[in-house]
Design a protein around this ligand. Structure first.
Ligand code: NAD
Length: 441
């Protein structure tokens, strides 16, 4: 790995740093962009980031809103709203998922795009940060309606997407099929097949082996590396997972496979709990068949709020933002939190957890397995040569372990939390490369 340049010279102008949130403000803040910026500010201050660079790095390169008119199955015309934010491209093309969800909004997409910039820099892959979203509820849309939304969204952003420009991937509410539609729409306009325009595709269409499991596998690897810092080992630990989608269900399976006792999992409707440990392979089969935990033998129900506060060694929040806040952070019993979701912990919660000695391994490190294997997919598509699954998994493990150690060293050197250390590492890499490139015109 390349040596990280220490950050640029001191003194950040107080006028451009927003004041730290007061405990009351922070406890109430659920705006993901504010949450991201409060950590960015802390890290920038610790690094003594140059005021000019501070301005460059906080501002997204481009924000686009698109209107998506669609013929619904019943003949009505409906218009959906979509966004794409390109946050930074100093180190390579924009990279970031597309989210289909009712609660998508520009502030959320903006925060997620910035997180991608820092995340790609933390794992040291040659991408910038981007993110997209469409305000819709995939649960009530037909396959045809979802396909039309995806294709029109892609066509509207045709000039912005591209293997060298901005490369989308799946996020909440989207999946490999969505990525296949994006790839096909883009390719139809380009008049030739361009598989590397998007990652997280089906295997037969230029996808990478190991991509579906990558985020969950990365979480397991990070949990394994973090455990000894709290006198634990992953195989002998209890693990609780919130969210049972792509990230949560695979993280649960990967942890279970090491021998760890996964005692509780949940989806948006609530969770199940078995202190002796859940049979995760059996649960996955049950959930695939029923799309619900109902009827699973040998476990009791637990609400999402109670699940977060269960007795456990490791907690993996893998659902959505702002789950661990000022109001419940004091009740969290986990010794280690490994963030699968983006932004599950607020700044106020961080303060409480840090003061109680809970180790929080932040999203921009912990869930970076997904974008790392997306990078492998992009490389394989461009080379037209595909790797064995073992090769993918080994390279992923190398990067996750190296990045964990880089962040741990930064945390030790500056005596900061893992979260601030990860931001400092990501920001210092992007700042360094921005300075070396220089400003054009
Ligand atoms: P998904 O849509 O596959 O699954 C989301 C899961 O969370 C579902 O089980 C859903 O029922 C549950 N959920 C939603 N809202 C909830 C709530 N309020 N309380 C409890 N459970 C809730 O999405 P995913 O791809 O697994 O992504 C989950 C998180 O991980 C998101 O924050 C996403 O940004 C992040 N992430 C995903 C990837 C990836 O590769 N898919 C990579 C990095 C980060």
């Amino acid at each position: 790995m390349e040596k990280v340049a220490e950050a640029a010279p001191p003194v950040i102008a107080p006028s451009i740093i927003r004041p730290a949130l007061t405990p009351t403000q922070a406890a109430e803040s659920v705006n993901p962009f504010e949450e991201m910026m409060s950590r960015f500010d802390l890290a920038a201050q610790k690094l003594g980031l140059d005021p000019g660079l501070y301005k460059v790095l906080r501002e997204p390169v481009r924000e686009t809103k698109v209107s998506i008119p669609i013929s619904m199955d019943d003949g009505r015309i409906e218009v959906f709203i979509g966004y794409r934010v390109l946050h930074n491209i100093a180190r390579g093309p924009g990279k970031g998922g597309i989210r289909f969800d009712r609660n998508v909004n520009l502030d959320e997409v903006r925060a997620l795009a910035a997180w991608m910039t820092w995340k790609c820099a933390v794992v040291n892959i040659p991408f910038g940060g981007a993110k997209g979203g469409v305000i819709c509820d995939p649960a009530v849309l037909s396959r045809g309606e979802l396909e039309r939304i995806t294709r029109r969204y892609t066509a509207e952003l045709m000039d912005q997407f591209g293997p060298e420009k901005d490369v989308p991937a799946p996020d909440m509410g989207t999946n490999p099929q969505t990525m296949a539609w994006i790839m096909d729409t883009y390719s139809m306009h380009a008049r030739h097949t361009v598989t590397s325009v998007v990652t997280g595709k089906p295997l037969s269409l230029g996808g990478s082996r190991g991509r579906v499991e990558a985020t969950g596998r990365g979480l397991m690897l990070i949990a394994r590396e973090a455990a000894p810092l709290k006198g634990l080992t992953l195989p002998t630990s209890r693990v609780v997972v919130q969210g049972f989608g792509n990230v949560g269900s695979i993280a649960a399976r990967m942890c279970h496979d090491t021998g760890a006792r996964v005692t509780a999992v949940s989806d948006i409707h609530g969770g199940i709990y078995a202190p002796a440990g859940l049979d995760i392979p059996a649960l996955l089969t049950h959930y695939d068949r029923n799309r619900s935990f109902d009827g699973f033998i040998g476990a009791q129900k637990v609400s999402n709020a109670d699940l977060l506060e269960l007795e456990t060694d490791i907690l993996i929040p893998a659902a959505n933002e702002n789950q661990i806040r000022g109001r419940n952070a004091a009740n969290i019993k986990a010794k280690i939190i490994v963030e699968g979701a983006n932004g599950p912990t607020t700044q106020r919660a961080d303060e409480v957890l840090n003061s109680r000695g809970v180790l929080v391994v932040p999203d921009i490190l912990a869930n970076a397995g997904g974008v790392t294997v997306s990078y492998f997919e992009w490389v394989q598509d461009r080379a037209g040569f595909f790797w064995r699954e073992q090769e993918v998994n080994e390279r992923l493990e190398d990067i996750m372990v190296q990045s964990f150690n880089d962040v741990a060293n930064m945390a030790k050197k500056y005596n900061v939390s893992f979260r601030i250390a990860a931001y400092m590492l990501g920001i210092s890499r992007v700042a360094h490369d921005t300075m070396v490139r220089g400003l054009y015109a």
